[in-house]
Design a protein around this ligand. Sequence first.
Ligand SMILES: Nc1ncnc2c1ncn2[C@@H]1O[C@H](COP(=O)(O)OP(=O)(O)OP(=O)(O)O)[C@@H](O)[C@H]1O
Ligand SMILES: [Mg+2]
Length: 485
Amino acid sequence: MRWTIRLRLLGLSALAALAVSLLLVVDSLSSRFIGKDLSRIEGQYVPLLEFRPQVEAGYEQLVRAFQDAVAAQDVEFQEARRLRADLLARLDQAPGVLEPVLVQRLRADLEAYYASALDVSRRLIANEAGEAVVGAKQSMQEQQRKVRSRIDEVAGFDRAGLEAAFEAVRNRRKVAARARLVIQVTMLIVVFLISLRLASSVLRSIHELSAGFERFGRGDFSPMTVRRDDELAYAAREANRMARNLEALTEQQRRSQEELARANKDLEAFSYSVAHDLRAPLRSIDGFSLALVEDFGDKLEPEARGYLERVRAAAQRMAQLIDDLLLLSRITRAELRRQRVDLADLARAIAAELQAREPGRRVMFQVAQALEVEADPQLMRVVMENLLGNAWKFTSKRERATIEVGVGGEEGARHFFVRDDGAGFDMAHVERLFRPFQRLHSAAEYPGTGIGLASVQRIVSRHGGRIWATGAPNAGATFSFTLGG
Ligand SMILES: Nc1ncnc2c1ncn2[C@@H]1O[C@H](COP(=O)(O)OP(=O)(O)OP(=O)(O)O)[C@@H](O)[C@H]1O
Ligand SMILES: [Mg+2]
């Protein structure tokens, strides 16, 4: 049988019910026995308590009636006769608890007394004297003693018997009380021990379960031990099953991640080598086109020379694209070396370079005092060069322009931004900004390959940060980023 917690709790309740029923049985048995004892005592002693005083009083009255008759010189003895009849009638109705033989004897003794008292009374009224009267008196007194002792014999109160009967009742009550105590204590101990065992085993199971879950949470999926066969064991078995599934899933995920990483690496290496290998033939195309122009330029038609120039321009543009691709690939693979970098310093240096390249432009740079971060200095240079380069490029149509570099947000959630008041862009296409080779402006208006922001985004996300942009056509653009860490 499976000793489930439910079953054990039911068992406990059954035990408690059994204890209560046993106590009820003991109570009803003891009260029945005690009741019987008490009614026996009542049947035996209460009639005596009424009978004896009545007989004694009747007898005393009879004695006094003779004395009164003698004093009144009444030879009729009517009162004495009546009292005698009453007494005898009472003896006829003596309670059943009395010995009938003894009652008969008392009757005989009373009759004998009556006769002797009548004799003595008559003699006294007749004023007799002498030996005969003295003898009659003596025999009457003898009869009186006999009657008294007979009353004692017949209706004597058996004090020892009564005490013994009450003692028996008390004993019964004691036995019942002891039985109750034994039942109560035994049940209390049994229920207590069983509850203790149940509680400790349930608590131990819960403890093992929670320890197991904690282990699973840490990624250790070794199964929990299942010792008992109750509801908690069922939960443990289910948890083990879940852990096995989870372990299998985790393993599967780890393997696919490994495969993905390997595939990514292969792809990266492949595109790197393809890009790298494409450069040599490109250089040949460019080189030989140049050689053709230089060595045979005078023999060529101007139209043919024009074509050759276009071949060279296309080759150079392709070389630029390949260089950008290689840069992007390097950014992804290069090891991150974090150290203290001041983005404000970087911004000022890049601004100076930009201005030196195009001294004619009237651009005002507003750069924050200091923007210190923990980041890879080389990669940060790429970020700032691209963002400031874009701001510089997309304000080129403005007579005067302002480019701002600063920090926003609260401490702990800082973000840096590069803001310009240039051409701006349509927010509807904001998603495309950070994709490689995606451009929102034509190359004729604003030259470029469209790889800059893709590189910036990769660098920012390698630092654990994110980048976003806001802007509007002809109302400037703001590029903001965090750096995590
Ligand atoms: N400051 C800016 N103002 C308005 N548009 C911008 C700004 N910066 C970027 N863009 C838009 O985002 C596109 C992508 O920018 P990204 O820097 O990647 O490419 P690019 O500057 O065109 O070329 P590259 O940086 O590769 O030379 C740009 O072509 C332009 O349409
Ligand atoms: Mg750019």
